[in-house]
Design a protein around this ligand. Structure first.
Ligand code: FMN
Length: 341
């Protein structure tokens, strides 16, 4: 018996187990064109071979100046669709479903000549520039860029779209009183930008395709928002169409600042609070690669899915090894059967 290795479904998405590969930037686009290459193909396909239920492709940006660096993936052009389709098809062939995290880095865009943000407040650190405060027309253009990115993700065959509303990137910057000091409607309602993006991307998605959103449940800097604020924002996002929340924390600033509670399961209480307050499925993430801990997070009803990041860099076959450790029949590719029998 296992909790993690049971199927899960939301809308049309049917997962064979509850293991999610968390999005992880690879900074490996060599031609600075945002197009995935052999590294990305191998990296994502390996984890599908390794038995995860859902792969989520790293932060992929909707505009060139929305990249953290010029080496990030992008989805701002139709040229991106076919190379992503190749990765999607390969992951499907190996039994995994696959989503893509679409994003804009805002003031954390290190290589953009002039990064943009809700307010002209610089992110701390020598590699960051002072951002330009977005005009309403520019905000509307970025919302449309998210919609166009979603349309391309659908065309590439992805099963899920995840919006990056965490870790101090643009959607998060609008949610936070630390970075959003606007006096217009986008400053009065800190969920307005995210809600507009959610509505715009939903228009491009089939009605049965789920939309995930990654959110920072708390900020750690002085004056940062609390869990209650994040849940209020998330209620507006849920009502606008988010089907699943992927619950992380922090990223708002202060490089070098210690994240309180960086220990196994440190973000699980946030996932549980979201699940209880919102009544929708949640993904817990953060040092969950201990198999017994992962089992308990699902078994205790803290979360519906567990995401693993660094654990899957260390071991692409984490899901197969976890099945082995739990005494389950290992669902390995037939080519690897002799290693697991
Ligand atoms: C190399 C690396 C790149 C990451 N890139 C992203 C990213 O693109 N998007 C994101 O939301 N989180 C990103 N993260 C955070 C992870 O998704 C995850 O939330 C974090 O590492 C905690 O999970 P873990 O303890 O299983 O590693 C990244 C983490 C690592 C280690």
């Amino acid at each position: 018996m296992s909790n993690v290795f049971t199927p899960f479904s939301v809308k049309s998405l049917e997962l064979k187990n509850r293991v999610v590969m968390a999005p992880m930037c690879q900074y490996s686009v060599t031609a600075k064109d945002g197009i995935p290459n052999d590294w990305h193909f191998t990296h994502y396909t390996s984890r599908a071979v390794g038995g995860v239920g859902l792969v989520i492709v790293e932060m992929t940006d909707v505009e060139p100046d929305g990249r953290i660096t010029d080496y990030d993936l992008g989805i701002w052009s139709d040229d991106h669709v076919a190379p992503f389709r190749k990765i999607v098809d390969a992951c499907h062939q190996h039994g995994a479903k696959i989503g893509i995290q679409i994003a804009h880095a805002g003031r954390k865009a290190e290589d953009a000549p002039t990064p943009v943000a809700p307010s002209a407040i610089k992110f701390e650190g020598p590699q960051y520039k002072e951002p330009k405060e977005l005009s309403v027309a520019e905000i509307e253009r970025i919302v449309e860029s998210f919609a166009a990115g979603a349309r391309r993700a659908v065309a590439a065959g992805f099963d899920v779209i995840e919006l990056h509303g965490a870790h101090g990137y643009l959607i998060h910057q609008f949610q936070s009183p630390l970075t959003n000091r606007r006096t217009d409607e986008y400053g009065k309602d800190l969920s307005k930008f995210g809600v507009e993006i959610i509505r715009a991307v939903k228009r491009e998605m089939p009605s049965d395709m789920p939309l995930f959103l990654r959110i920072s449940a708390v900020e750690y800097a002085d004056g940062g928002y609390s869990l209650d604020h994040a849940i209020d924002i998330a209620k507006a996002y849920r009502d606008a169409g988010v089907d699943v929340f992927h619950v992380s924390s922090g990223g708002e600033g202060r490089p070098g600042q210690r994240v309180p509670g960086n220990f196994p399961g440190y973000q699980v209480p946030f996932a549980r609070a979201f699940r209880e307050a919102l009544g929708v499925p949640v993904i817990a993430v953060g040092m969950l690669d201990d198999v017994a801990l992962a089992e308990s997070v699902i078994g205790n009803g803290d979360a519906d899915l567990i995401a693993i990041a660094r654990g899957l860099l260390r071991d692409p076959y984490w899901a197969l090894h976890a099945q082995q450790q739990l005494g389950l029949e290992v669902a390995s590719p037939k080519q690897y059967g002799r290693a697991f029998s």
